[in-house]
Write a protein that binds this ligand. Structure first.
Ligand code: FAD
Ligand code: DHB
Length: 399
């Protein structure tokens, strides 16, 4: 049996696991990563694209943002559209200069993986973790498979950064947490297309035919989404139909959507989910392993990185000062931002998705909210500060 000994055993080479490994290394703490999928699979997985200021600052501090700074797009505002009427929420006015950056999640994963391996560190691909054992002792273990052989990582702590379907959460005793969830009656059909973006900033749109989002990846690649029904299938949509729908839903007088060849399309269901305890003994969960937000507002990846920050703070306190205090309070500290992001993601989702007929009470509430953004600086500021992401000290300041 392959035997590995380390300080922190990390399951999952997504944004959470990779960032945790780099950050621990910077602080002189050793770790290894065990990843179920192949390197090609992980680096080709198309997901998020919106990085908050906090996330970019962390990657810069870790010396992992060279390409991100070169190729990412800084955005200082966002367009919101309702029934064809479009307004802009400027971040600089409301957040003292904080902004977001558009850079694909798979690019972040690629940069972090390349740097980790180039540094001679351990990351095993195609190595599914099968069991987490002894988390209630000082020597927890991760049993895994790799190249037809069984292996075990023996460590001081296990960090389960293994996403929504991983084994971290399944290992937590059912009576150690409460579960909260909402399943939405709609999904997102997302595309990547070889066409220059039709807008220099993102557009979130409510339309009577459903939600649409215009985003981008570069000056030649656009990323767009439309609301579809949960039962819908990607084969039901021709490329022309997708462009037609996007054009109608995002449309506003004097503006035109440019179409081009679509090279990636998929449908993602939407859910809000969390468990209110992210640790047991020496096992800690971070990122999608513990929570999912609906993608409207782009919080999922950023929340995963924020969990990692709190976890690193706890590990550093443990190894430097032999104090368990930070780790003991990990869940409590992380949950403040998680609930904030749950609220904002739910707010953006219910504001911009079609849920009921035009003219219904629900529709009127959505319309009233949109009108309020236009009339109130306070309301627009609330949206701006949540969208760019609250600074870490804003959420840890209160007792
Ligand atoms: P993940 O990225 O899921 O990484 C977990 C890793 O663990 C994976 O590589 C997985 O292979 C590995 N793993 C799982 N089980 C095991 C095991 N047993 N052993 C070893 N390894 C294991 N967020 C946004 O903000 N905007 C978006 O547009 C957006 N779109 C999304 C689209 C899709 C289809 C999905 C699934 C998510 C999307 N998200 C989006 C959410 C965002 O991508 C996630 O929040 C982010 O990936 C969380 O990072 P993570 O590291 O916690 O988990
Ligand atoms: C993107 C995804 C989101 O969910 C979002 O709110 C903004 C941008 C994107 O993939 O670019």
């Amino acid at each position: 049996m392959k035997q590995i000994r380390t300080q922190v055993g990390i399951i999952g080479a997504g944004p959470a696991g990779l960032t945790l490994a780099h950050w621990l290394k910077q602080q002189g703490i050793e770790s290894v990563i065990i990843e179920h999928r192949s390197r090609d699979y992980v680096q080709a997985r198309v997901r998020a694209g919106l990085l908050e200021q906090n996330t970019v600052d962390i990657l810069k501090d870790l010396g992992l943002a060279d390409r991100l700074v070169r190729e990412g797009h800084a955005h200082h505002g966002v367009y919101l559209s309702f029934d064809g009427e479009r307004i802009r929420v400027p971040f600089d006015t409301y957040t003292g200069g904080r902004h977001i950056t558009i850079y694909g999640q798979q690019e972040v994963v690629k940069d972090l993986t390349d740097a980790w391996l180039a540094g001679g560190n351990t990351l095993l691909f195609e190595a599914p973790a099968r069991q987490i054992a002894d988390y209630d002792t000082k020597q927890p273990k991760i049993y895994f498979e790799h190249e037809g052989e069984e292996g075990v990582v023996t460590c001081d702590f296990v960090a389960a950064c293994d996403g929504f379907h991983g084994i971290g959460r399944k290992t937590m005793p059912k009576n150690s947490y409460n579960e909260y969830s909402i399943t939405y009656p709609f999904s997102w059909l997302g595309i990547l297309a070889n066409v220059a973006p039709s807008s220099e900033e993102l557009i979130y749109a409510y339309h009577e035919r459903g939600f649409a989002l215009h985003s981008l990846r570069s000056s030649t690649v656009s990323r767009l989404y439309i609301q579809v029904e949960n039962e819908d299938h990607i084969d039901n949509w021709t490329d022309d139909q997708i462009w037609e729908e996007l054009s109608v839903r995002l449309g506003t007088p004097g503006w035109q959507l440019h179409s081009g060849p679509i090279f990636e399309k998929s449908i993602t269901p939407m859910r809000s989910y969390l468990i209110d305890n992210m640790q047991i003994g020496r096992l800690f969960l971070a990122g999608d392993a513990a929570h999912i937000v609906p993608p409207t507002g782009g919080k999922g990846l950023n929340l995963a990185i924020a969990d990692v920050k709190h976890l690193v703070d706890g590990f550093v306190e443990y190894y430097r000062q032999h104090s368990y205090r930070g780790l003991e309070h990990y869940t409590q500290t992380a949950l403040r931002r998680i609930w904030r992001a749950q609220d904002f993601s739910n707010f953006m989702t219910t504001l911009f998705h079609k849920q009921d007929d035009h003219g219904s009470f629900q529709y009127r509430l959505q319309r009233a909210k949109f009108d309020y953004i236009r009339m109130s600086d306070a309301y627009a500021a609330t949206i701006a500060e949540n969208y760019v992401g609250l600074p870490f000290d804003a959420l840890t300041r209160f007792p």
